[in-house]
Design a protein around this ligand. Sequence first.
Ligand SMILES: O=C[C@H](O)[C@H](O)[C@H](O)COP(=O)(O)O
Length: 230
Amino acid sequence: MDLQNELKQKAAAAALEYVKEGEYLGVGTGSTVSFFITELATSGKRVKGCVSSSEATTRQLLAYGIPVCDLNDIVGTIPVYVDGCDEIDGNFCMIKGGGGALTREKILAEASDMYVCIADASKEVKQLGKFPLPLEVIPMAVSSVCRAMEELGGHPTVRDMVTDNGNNIVDVHGLQIKEPTRLEAAINQIPGVVTCGIFGKRGADVLLIGTPEGVRTLKPKKGFFSGRQK
Ligand SMILES: O=C[C@H](O)[C@H](O)[C@H](O)COP(=O)(O)O
């Protein structure tokens, strides 16, 4: 296993501590989460059911015999949501969607009391935007959304994939994301955008960063924005 995967695995293993036995658990998508699912399956911890953010995650959970349930069947919030990120800044705002699962991930993050973000050290940034910003876009609006993103100073490319929701992904390169929450709201207003990959309104509550020296646990300082906005 290469170093980056080792660090992802360390962060994933550290997230087990936050799993509440006998409760619902939200599960994100991606290679770091895939390590987490393996850790969960072998830990002996039993949850009431997992709410999954993608078909890939559902397949892996079911392969381990972990029950998967529908968000619509849950009354109230999910206590804990475990997911990765593509970039995270000092205010716990993130870019997500490298795997195209951003919309379901955002729905689950919003429905959860605590977002536990697991990542290797390469994901920490001072300012978001080096990682191209993914947008999930309704197919008929791809061209118009791309033009709107060019007006914002970005360079959009259309990804060769269809999301679990049957939509396209537009990756926007070259954006200077100085105010994540403001840009998130502005992009989400463009007709045809299902959602953008900025997680600013709902950032992470705990960040577990895998480093060669061990796992660093970071939480927003008091007064810093984070958490589910009610
Ligand atoms: O759509 C994918 C998700 O937002 C992932 O959480 C993100 O891309 C990070 O993935 P990975 O853990 O593979 O680096």
